[in-house]
Design a protein around this ligand. Structure first.
Ligand SMILES: *[C@@H]1O[C@H](CO)[C@@H](O)[C@H](O)[C@H]1NC(C)=O
Ligand SMILES: *[C@@H]1O[C@H](CO)[C@@H](O)[C@H](O)[C@H]1NC(C)=O
Ligand SMILES: *[C@@H]1O[C@H](CO)[C@@H](O)[C@H](O)[C@H]1NC(C)=O
Ligand SMILES: *[C@@H]1O[C@H](CO)[C@@H](O)[C@H](O)[C@H]1NC(C)=O
Ligand SMILES: *[C@@H]1O[C@H](CO)[C@@H](O)[C@H](O)[C@H]1NC(C)=O
Ligand SMILES: *[C@@H]1O[C@H](CO)[C@@H](O)[C@H](O)[C@H]1NC(C)=O
Ligand SMILES: *[C@@H]1O[C@H](CO)[C@@H](O)[C@H](O)[C@H]1NC(C)=O
Length: 819
């Protein structure tokens, strides 16, 4: 029904649904009932309760859904396992206060198990979405004899208690739906586990997938994203009777909730004044969130490569597997424990505490006593504070292997891991006289070994022709930009192909070289860019450059995983993005439909914020110089990721910012001053951005654009349409049913400001980001550069004449202009 209505009718359609409601009550009392078709509404009409179906199925369920926002998102289902097959259902409140769902033959399909009978019961839908049954004379919520919040489905709403109540015998946890139109319990559960010190655990059936880690007084140890914020407060209650996590919304114009999705991801959705936004995803933000990703006694550090290391004092159980990035077997002690009082503890900082299912704890013991207790039991392997507030308090002990530790840069916790004394060496303050001298000897020996090691490495590197500026870089920097070795890459790239870097696994070709797909031994997919050889940089400079670039981290930039410099080869290793590049969608009628307007608008904003980061916020202030649809890659969720950034800089390191002898760029995206005079600045990127936006809106390439009625370029055409207020004619038919005219108009307008002929007239990216997000009026754009076809061809012929290599298909030029 929705799809056949023009967009502006949707709101009418929605209001007419509101008017259909026959029951505007928020409650039913004993003996009353709700039949299929009737609903009740919470007092301020946030939520509605009644019968509904999902998707195209005929099954009828009783449940609660959002009334105002998000077009009926269901937050609770009564008979999730037992649907009715027709509309004969009746929800009744019995005189004893039991909610009962009956079918055509008065068979009981579902009923609420109330804690006790009530006098004059009433069932009321509260504004929090809690459906409660209580004695009619009593307004105290705590006296409710039943409440839907005690039987949650997949939605964690504000005010709910996520956890257990031993007195009432309740265990409130979340179960995913089987699918979007089947609310019966799916594979995933998110549940409080109180077998050791409590933590929340997400399971796929019985398999642990993720844990939050224990509560540390401020947040869950493994969820540093959980921070005080303007949207909700949160806390954890842990006493004799109850253990639960809760949150409350701060501002009634904000709605926010957690969903356990069918695929096991947990998402917080937030609506501010009924505008949706996803705030954060508390689970599985990266591989290190996967339970025991690095095996027993391993430590997962997402910023390093490989991601897994053994805890200090531990070594890989199966070094060969470990070397091939199969970390599942984990690590074992290098030196066995002494257990006769000779063991020490090594402090590891900023980590997510390991699995506490087999832990022991006492809130009243301090850290020293905690160490003492741990030392006294040979199977105790680690200890830490329970609560990190203030000086820290409480004692948590682990027994056996330490599972699922991950490293954070900040907001992690300290843990003390038991070691044989020899592993701790001279760093412990408790070393006695004789031990101290042993310690010194050990240190000297280690130092000599270290020197030898350095020499060996130096000689080896020199032989391979890659002396790295070891002295100039600290060890930690090296960790940040891992150097892959050529064999790893070759092996990775040849997994699915017969030849090294064959055309079979070529992903594409850009201005700086070809890109190949590869798979590392651990299954991680990578994209390898093999740089063409005409870089004038030396290897050390190149590596330093890559180190800088790899430090640029932004959600709209493709992540660089590392580089490889060997035997005259220079390669960059990127994350692999399966959805290919933007041009595959916007210039293709069939694929174009799947990229609806909201996604396109997100992409436009994403590219803008990525560019702003490059231009202004990153330390390097990078000008991209080759922004085009082919260089915008898309992740699983169709977020834009700019690729090839930093290469322009890397290849032209010493040239002035104002002009270049080397034009890298693509016709159709190059600004006039750059294409013709080789002048570039951040404003050349702004120009390319404007072209890109017009292409996204129109689904047409700027280069090669041909209008039957006039000789204008795409830019000139758009400018004319905006001037004549006919901008709708520009819109790609693929998004005709999804576009938002206000956003489209604004995008076109901003784009035209970006492609103005004079660079000084163009806004910078911070203004662009602001203009895209605001509703202020915008200045009128001057005529764009390359207004008509003749000016385009003039520029391309003037450039093409001077270029040695120019391919009409590749559209990429990269070589020297004679000066
Ligand atoms: C539901 O209530 C209506 C009137 O309140 C009554 O006529 C009807 O019989 C009730 N249905 C059932 C199944 O109790
Ligand atoms: C619903 O189920 C009942 C019992 O299984 C069956 O008799 C009836 O025909 C079904 N009704 C529909 C509409 O399928
Ligand atoms: C009504 O529910 C009862 C009990 O669940 C069941 O045995 C019966 O088949 C159902 N009748 C219909 C018509 O669905
Ligand atoms: C709640 O949010 C609205 C809109 O975002 C804002 O206007 C209002 O000032 C906020 N109220 C409080 C108490 O923060
Ligand atoms: C859940 O586990 C099953 C096997 O137990 C697996 O087939 C499935 O892919 C898992 N689901 C997800 C989303 O990981
Ligand atoms: C699960 O599905 C949601 C959309 O429902 C998506 O945003 C998320 O990325 C998916 N997560 C995984 C792990 O596939
Ligand atoms: C050590 O701790 C474990 C686990 O709590 C316990 O089962 C065992 O009895 C303890 N051993 C000693 C000697 O106290």
């Amino acid at each position: 029904m929705e799809s056949c209505l023009p967009f502006f009718l949707h709101s009418f359609c929605f209001t007419s649904l509101v008017l259909q409601i026959s029951y505007a009550l928020d409650s039913i009392s004993a003996g009353q009932n709700i039949t299929d078709g009737q609903t009740i509404l919470s007092a301020s009409q946030n939520f509605e309760l009644g019968f509904f179906s999902l998707g195209s199925t005929k099954n009828r369920y009783v449940g609660i859904w959002y009334k105002k926002i998000s077009a009926g998102t269901v937050v609770w289902v009564a008979n999730r396992e037992n649907p009715l097959n027709d509309s004969s259902g009746v929800l009744k409140l019995t005189p004893q206060g039991v909610l009962t769902l009956l079918n055509r033959t008065n068979g009981i399909v579902w009923s609420a198990n109330a804690l006790r009978p009530a006098q004059n019961p009433i069932a009321r839908l509260l504004d929090s979405a809690n459906f409660i049954v209580k004695g009619g004379n009593n307004d105290d919520l705590d006296d409710a004899i039943w409440q839907s919040f005690d039987y949650p489905c997949n939605s964690f709403l504000a005010g709910m208690k996520f956890g257990i109540d031993r007195q009432k015998g309740l265990d409130r946890y979340f179960t995913s739906w089987k699918s979007a139109d089947d609310p019966s319990p799916g594979d995933f559960t998110y549940r409080l586990d109180s077998s050791g010190y409590p933590q929340m655990i997400l399971r796929n059936r019985s398999k642990v997938q993720f844990r939050t880690g224990p509560w540390n007084g401020i947040r869950f140890s493994g969820v540093p994203q959980l921070r005080p914020n303007p949207i909700y407060t949160f806390g954890f209650v842990f006493n004799q009777n109850e253990i639960y996590y809760y949150y409350n919304i701060l501002n009634s114009s904000i709605t926010s909730m957690l969903f356990l999705k069918e695929n096991g991801s947990i998402q917080r959705s937030t609506w501010v004044d009924q505008n949706p936004r996803v705030l954060y995803t508390p689970t599985q933000t990266d591989d290190c969130d996967t339970y025991a990703f690095c095996g027993a006694n391993g430590n997962c550090d997402i910023a390093s490569l490989p991601k897994c290391v053994c805890l200090t004092g531990f070594v890989p159980k199966f070094p060969i597997d470990w070397g091939f990035w199969d970390w599942s077997s984990g690590c074992v002690r290098r030196t066995e424990l002494d257990c006769q009082g000779g063991d020490k503890f090594l402090k590891i900082t900023e980590v997510k505490l390991p699995d506490t299912r087999f832990s022991w704890f006492d809130k009243n013991i301090n850290l020293q006593e905690c160490e003492y207790i741990c030392l006294g039991n040979c199977s105790c392997t680690a200890y830490s504070n329970l609560d990190i507030r203030g000086q820290g308090s409480g004692c948590l002990l682990w027994f056996g292997d330490l599972m699922d530790i991950r490293q954070f840069n900040e907001n992690g916790q300290d843990i003390y891991v038991r070691m044989a004394a020899s592993e701790v060496g001279g760093s412990s303050s408790r070393i006695t006289g004789t031990r101290k001298s042993t310690g010194i000897i050990v240190s000297i020996v280690l130092f000599v070994v270290f020197l030898l090691g350095i020499t060996v490495i130096y000689v080896k590197y020199k032989r391979a022709g890659k002396i790295l500026a070891l002295s100039r870089q600290s060890h930690s920097e090296d960790l940040e930009v891992p150097l892959f070795d050529l064999t790893t890459i070759n092996r990775g790239v040849t997994v699915n192909a017969t030849n090294n870097f064959s055309d079979d696994n070529k992903l594409g070709e850009g201005g700086f070289g070809a890109v190949y797909k590869g798979v590392l031994k651990n299954g991680q997919e990578i994209a390898v860019k093999k740089l063409s050889e005409n870089s004038r940089q030396g290897q050390v400079e190149f590596k330093n450059e890559v180190i800088c670039i790899a430090k640029l981290q932004h959600r709209n930039l493709v992540k660089i995983l590392g580089c490889c410099i060997e035997q005259d080869e220079k390669m960059l290793i990127y994350e692999f993005l399966p959805n290919r590049s933007l041009d595959c969608f916007i210039f293709n009628q069939e694929e174009g439909v799947s990229l609806d307007w909201p996604k396109r608008f997100t992409i436009i904003n994403g590219v803008a914020s990525g560019l702003l980061y490059l231009h202004r916020d990153s330390r390097l202030r990078i000008i991209h110089r080759d922004l085009k649809a082919e260089n915008i890659l898309l992740d699983i969720e169709m977020n834009a990721k700019i690729s090839d950034f930093g290469l322009a800089r890397s290849f032209g390191g010493n040239e002035s910012e104002a002009n270049t002898k080397r034009v890298v760029g693509t016709f159709g995206y190059m600004s006039p001053e750059y294409a013709i005079h080789g002048l570039y600045s951040v404003k050349s990127d702004v120009f390319s951005f404007g072209v890109l936006v017009l292409e996204i809106v129109s689904g047409k390439r700027n280069r090669g654009f041909n209008h039957p009625d006039n000789p204008l370029s795409l830019l000139g055409h758009a400018w004319t349409l905006l001037r004549d207020q006919k901008f709708m004619k520009l819109v790609d038919p693929s998004i005709a049913s999804t576009f938002n005219p206000v956003e489209v108009l604004r995008s076109i307008h901003v784009a035209l400001l970006c492609v103005q002929k004079n660079p000084r007239d163009r806004p910078d990216m911070s203004s662009v980001v602001m203009m895209l997000g605001s509703e202020n009026t915008l200045p009128q754009p001057e005529q764009p550069g390359f207004f008509d076809e003749t000016s385009v061809s003039k520029a391309s012929s003037s450039s093409a004449g001077k270029h040695k290599k120019y391919s009409a298909n590749e559209l990429t030029i990269s070589h020297l202009l004679p000066r």
